[in-house]
Design a protein around this ligand. Sequence first.
Ligand code: 0WD
Ligand code: CA
Length: 406
Amino acid sequence: MAQNRPNFQSTPWENKLPSNQNSRQSNHPPALTLPISSARIRGPSMRQPREFTSFSYDDDRNLKFDDSSLSYFYLLPDDLHAGGGIDLSAGYNTFKKRDDSEDEHLDGLLLSLQHHEEQTGRKTMADIITWRGVMTKLLCLPYNKNDGFELNATWFDGHLFLEEHLQYKLAIQRRPDQRSELMSYWGYKFEHIATIPHTWNECSRSEIESRQQQQVSNYAQYCSVVKTGIGKIKLVIAGEVDCVADYKPDPNDMTDDLNLYDNPLDHYVELKTNKIIASDRDATAFENKLFKVWAQSFLLGVPKVIVGFRTDQGYLQTMEEFETQKIPGMIKKSKLYNQYNSWDGMDSLAFLAACLQWLVNMVPKESNVVWRIRYLPRSDFLLLIRTDDKTFLHPSFVKWRTDFKR
Ligand code: 0WD
Ligand code: CA
């Protein structure tokens, strides 16, 4: 394992093509590259995301093919003001935190796809199947070149599957200090105190009132699986949804009349916490974050973001709602005041369209071969490299598709 560990952070990187650093390790031909600053498909067509299934992880991280872990937003502005604000650090010592060095690959997504296909008897159409988080990385890349990452890619049964290469992520991760651990807890704590596990009328008083005292865990998750697309590429992506603003319509209440269709995605909310904005610097940092939040929410079709603003000591003071579709415009306006802010949503989408087209065209369509997509910090290229890794697809999904009779 040790010799697989990437070591790029300590290697001085020049902004030009690498001279195939790994050539000693493998006999494979030189990597294929995509130039990030110029790869664009201008004005790509976008498909409106549509949820076609969803799944949950419960408090023990068991996978459930239902909406049992869906949460409901419930936090009154009045609750924020009581006694100097809600203490987001409360209960930090009892945080039930997932071991994120455990690689779940695409398992939840693939097993839920399989379950869905078993129910409907139909295969899902898609060029690319992946987590939303992977797409967010690619969408933000033209404006976020400081962080390196690696993806794994493999073709199977007509789809290109992408996942994050967890080994790389773990290898470059700085060991989190206590403060960043605490700040990450604040995010989960905010999610916990801002939501309830059922609709308001189905919740007991104590379920609502004891939230501040309950243990916080990041095991449970609710994920929406959507069909969407950019340019000519059809996508299936799954992503975590923090809560609904009010309720989730019954997906069985399908109707062909679009005017009557109650779209589940329209009800979804992304929750974030942020430091209270007190200076230009804070505002710039927040705008940078907001752009990534836009990318993340836009991809899945989540229309609303609620940000809880907190003090440096982690006391929640105010909340603000943002409409996802208005975020790029907001940031563009503030460019007038902040010359360092260069985020451009349309340009990012033009890059994403080109990048996905490149992947679909350039990753060779050999089943059982895993390719690595590598982005070195501050470089201008995505590299495509063949590996000798075994497939990362769940065996149950592979068997299901292999046995599938049309
Ligand atoms: O390639 C893979 N194996 C990846 C798996 C890459 C990205 C995510 N995932 C997994 C996550 O563990 C999660 O189960 O996919 C599922 C859904 O992910 P997503 O919606 O695609 O992930 P992303 O958009 O990056 O993150 C959404 C939320 C985060 O909230 P914030 O507010 O920070 O965006 O998912 C949570 C996190 O709360 N999350 C995780 N929770 C536990 N362990 C993890 C993780 N490793 N990653 C994201
Ligand atoms: Ca969140």
